[in-house]
Design a protein around this ligand. Structure first.
Ligand SMILES: [Zn+2]
Length: 298
């Protein structure tokens, strides 16, 4: 098989996810290190890849994908995009993923793992809260695309989004502790704990990620979980902010209200013979920042 090893890594391994939130330079150095078999790198490759596996003991698959694969190829295979810690549904079919019945620990156990269609005892996995399933998968999937753009300064992006969402102290700094607490509440400990994202700590990982001059590297899992929260985790505030007291979590109701407000605007525009973009419409309803704040994936 005449395949460029670098292309093989990019298209068929989980490395693009693991290095997605590094600068292009650091991601390139990790790739070089792996390709050259040198053990020294910008970060320990072992810990980088172990981080990707955290919370992913058993391989996952979509039953409908497996049915299609068998129809087309007579076989089934494990999809890379399904086997990342922050993916719980199939984006193609919108179905929850299933888990293999056993957890392969060694390379040889991986090789002898029965293919998805032979996983007769597959088990349903515990799912994150409903609001997060689709956006988590979308944000994760973007990191595997060839047009993914590495960038420095994610902290600046997160800080801006957090401030836009009202996590602002009187001093003008980001209210990181409050943001972390709301993130914990939005996902729930049952979801965060198995991913190694300990909740309820005052200076926890999420508040560190929005801190100015923070240089520590954060796992791709943390980036995806924080981005998804800042993107979709608290849409109710776009409408009810600044309502005191605990945040409401009635997303169905929020969606219904947004849809009906948008329909009203579209109707009014049509009657006036006017035109508008989706962005302008959503901005008019105060929902653009919430639905599309991190738009650099397209
Ligand atoms: Zn599927």
């Amino acid at each position: 098989m005449d395949t460029d090893p670098r292309e093989l890594l990019r298209r068929h391994s989980v490395l693009p996810f693991a290095t997605a939130f590094m600068s292009a330079k650091d991601a390139g150095r990790v790739e070089d290190t792996l390709l050259q078999g040198i053990s020294k790198g910008p970060r320990s490759i072992g810990s980088l890849l172990r981080g990707v596996q955290y919370g992913l003991e058993r391989p996952k698959f979509c039953r409908e994908c497996v049915r299609e694969q068998r129809q087309e190829l007579g076989e089934s295979f494990w999809r890379r995009s399904h086997n990342l810690p922050t993916v719980h549904i199939c984006l193609r079919h919108g179905l929850p993923l299933w888990q293999a019945s056993s957890a392969p620990l060694t390379a040889s156990q991986h090789l002898t793992l029965p293919l998805p269609h032979r996983q007769a005892d597959a088990v349903a996995q515990a799912l994150p809260p409903e609001w997060s399933r689709h956006p988590l998968a979308e944000v994760t999937d973007a990191t595997l695309r060839p047009d993914w753009r590495h960038q420095d300064g994610w902290a600046t992006t997160y800080r801006r989004l957090a401030l836009e969402h009202g996590y602002r102290m009187v001093s003008g700094n980001v209210a990181g502790a409050r943001m972390s607490a709301e993130l914990d509440a939005a996902y729930g400990e049952a979801y965060l704990q198995p991913l190694g994202l300990r909740a309820g700590v005052r200076q926890n990982w999420a508040s560190l990620m929005v801190r100015e001059n923070e240089t520590a590297p954060f796992s791709a899992t943390k980036h995806v979980v924080l981005q998804t929260f800042l993107r979709d985790g608290r849409p109710q505030l776009a409408f009810d902010y600044p309502k005191p007291g605990p945040a409401r979590r009635d997303y169905m109701e929020v969606d219904k209200r947004l849809a009906s407000a948008l329909m009203g605007r579209i109707k009014a525009l049509t009657e006036e013979g006017g035109r508008s973009s989706v962005e302008a419409l959503l901005k008019g309803e105060g929902a653009w920042q919430v639905t599309c704040p991190v738009s650099s994936y397209q």
